[in-house]
Structures are given as C-alpha cells and as structure tokens.
Design a protein. Structure first.
Length: 253
C-alpha cells in the first residue's frame, strides 16, 4: 500500500469572520500527483497553507510522515516539504545564481551542479541577472529550480504554472510528475484542467471551502459536479489515444 506522506484530516479554518475551509480531509501519497482544482475562492491556497504549516487549523490535524506537523522542528519540516508559493518576493534582490545556491545548499551531497540545475530549468543565460529584472516566467522557473533542487520528498505547488507559457507549464508539470515517479508525494493547485488531466493521478475538487469529490482525472472531469461548480457546461473531447480535452461551453448562469 502506498505511503501517505502528508495528510490533513477534518481541516477547518476561518478568517475575518468567513469560513474559508470546513471539514476538508486529504492525503498526499508517495508516487502520486494530486491536483487541487476549483474556482476562485474555493479554498485551494488556504488548504496548501494549512498543509505546510503557514496557517494553523481551528479544528482538524495535519500529519507529516505520520507525526503531527507542528511536532516537527521547523528546520526538519523545511527539509521535507518543498513549497512553490503562488506569490514570492525575496527580501534581498538576489541574482539567479545566488538563489539557486540557496537551494543547492539545502540539498547537500545530493545536489546537482549549479550549471546542470540552471540548464535543466532554462536559466543558464540569466544566471547573473537580479530578481527585480526577471519576467514572470523567468521568476517562476528560478523559484522552481531553487525549491526543487534538494528533491524534497513532499512538494506542494500553488499555481506554479500561472506565469508560464504553454511549453514551460508542460515542462514544469513534467518535472513534478518525475518527482512523483521517483517517490515524492506531490500536490499542485492548478487552474488549467487540461494540465490536470494530463499530469495528475488524482484530483480534489473544492467549492466554497468544502471538498466536493476526489477521484481519478477521468472520474472528476467527467462528473456533472464539475460543470455545476464552475458554472458552465464543459465540452469534453475524447483523444484518440485515451484521455480528453476540456473546453469552455455554455455558461449555466
């Protein structure tokens, strides 16, 4: 049976008098990519912040490797969980090579060389440039390389492909897929349902802070609940080799 590396059970969280998450349970299993989907305001980022310990649940518990998350020393937790945030702004205006070295320092002996890491993420030509001069896509690739350099056993990514073009987004999802294939437990918040269909093993559909359903991409993306949650009737186009592509259809509003 596959090992659950990070799990949240019965998670509740409120802010400003609003219930952002109520009663959500989820497990991140080694060897799998879990896609977290849902419309804006569904609670996707809140769930990620609870799972990595940036927020503390009002009720419920998060466990890392079977042990309550907050029982882990902060440094040990950081070594086990790689987090790709939705927004990131470093305190210092680092050069790209300096950021990559921070990730390599966490990796220790397992680290690839700086040149190899930069080449893998398409950063070789911009190693000397500072963060403030980078485009959104360049920042996303530099941050991904920094976080993923140590090959953490648990990875949570909050809309990591938002600033990337189609090819870069597919390459990043392929990297996350490769980490899972090598034994990591990966969860990714993704708005592009076709990326989710292509690269994820399971999908968790959220709506208004609650879990609507969880299952394989085929189960979730074919379900009438998906149309209801997003307020539109999706066009589902079957692909010759299996799988499908979703396109916006008629609004149900």
């Amino acid at each position: 049976m596959a090992e659950v590396a990070l799990a949240g059970s019965g998670l509740h969280f409120s802010a400003g008098g609003a219930k952002l998450l109520h009663g959500v349970s989820v497990g991140l299993t080694r060897g799998e990519v879990l896609g977290i989907i849902g419309p804006n305001g569904a609670g996707k980022s809140t769930l990620v912040h609870l799972l990595i310990g940036q927020l503390t649940p009002e009720a419920g518990q998060v466990a890392l490797m079977g042990k309550p998350l907050h029982d882990w020393p902060r440094r040990a937790r950081a070594a086990l969980i790689g987090h790709l945030p939705q927004h990131f702004e470093p305190h210092w205006d680092y050069r790209v090579d300096e950021l990559l070295r921070l990730g390599l320092d966490r990796a220790g002996r397992r680290a690839p060389g700086l040149a190899d890491l930069a080449a893998n993420f398409g950063l070789t030509a911009i190693l000397a440039r500072r963060w403030s001069t980078l485009s959104g896509g360049e920042r996303a690739r530099a941050l991904s390389a920094t976080v993923l350099a140590p090959d953490p056993p648990v990875v949570l990514a909050d809309e990591p492909a938002a600033a990337l073009d189609v090819g870069q987004a597919a390459a990043l999802m392929a990297r996350l897929r490769k980490l899972a294939d090598e034994g990591a437990a990966v969860a990714v918040v993704v708005h592009d349902l076709n990326l989710a269909a292509r690269w994820c093993d399971r999908l968790l559909l959220l709506e208004a802070g609650a879990a609507v359903m969880e299952g394989t991409p085929a189960e979730v993306l074919h379900a009438p609940a998906l149309d209801r949650v997003f307020g539109m009737r999706f066009l589902r186009v079957a692909l010759p080799g299996g799988g499908m592509v979703l396109a916006p259809g008629e609004s149900e509003g």
